[in-house]
Unconditional design. Structure first.
Length: 172
């Protein structure tokens, strides 16, 4: 009796079947992992302030990176940030902190004004009612839009803000 040689398909069938199962498992895993995006928000669509300060909008006036720099509670402070007037008219922006006098800044049409340093005089708060590390309710007001209260962080004059200090003898 002659022996038949073993079939070549029986030896290769197992590796082909394993490869097919592996491919199917990888495809199912890829679909399952990509399905996670379906239930997660797209974070680039969410608004956030990419700075130390906060933002606010009052009609044509947009305030960005708004914060107060002060050495301690009860001390004078400096308002830091910048304001954009995208309107066709000059606007007067009034800022008022609790227990402090209101300050006003004129904003030319289609301009950006830095609130501390640069070519303009720093906007100051005569008395900061909270300690650094806290939030201070700062009232922003324009003639056309009215008033809006914005909680802004109060930071110590350290690091980037080390040179942001009140002018001696003034405040408010």
């Amino acid at each position: 009796m002659k022996r038949r040689p073993a079939r070549a398909t029986s030896k290769t069938a197992l590796p082909k079947r394993s490869a097919l199962l592996l491919t199917a498992a990888l495809a199912a895993g890829t679909l399952a992992i990509s399905g996670c995006q379906r239930f997660s928000p797209i974070t680039t669509d969410l608004h956030y302030d990419p700075a130390d300060g906060v933002s606010a909008t009052l009609g044509d006036v947009a305030v960005h990176d708004l914060l107060v720099v002060a050495g301690s509670k009860g001390a004078a402070g400096v308002v830091s940030g910048y304001v954009v007037n995208s309107g066709d008219q000059e606007v007067t922006l009034q800022l008022k902190a609790p227990n402090a006098e209101a300050t006003q800044t004129k904003l030319p049409p289609h301009s950006t004004v830095k609130l501390s340093g640069g070519d303009t005089e720093s906007v100051q708060v005569s008395t900061v009612a909270v300690a650094p590390g806290s939030m201070l309710d700062l009232q922003l007001k324009t003639p056309d839009f009215g008033a809006q209260e914005v909680p802004v962080p109060v930071l110590l004059p350290d690091g980037y803000y080390a040179t942001v200090t009140p002018t001696s003898g003034s405040g408010g």
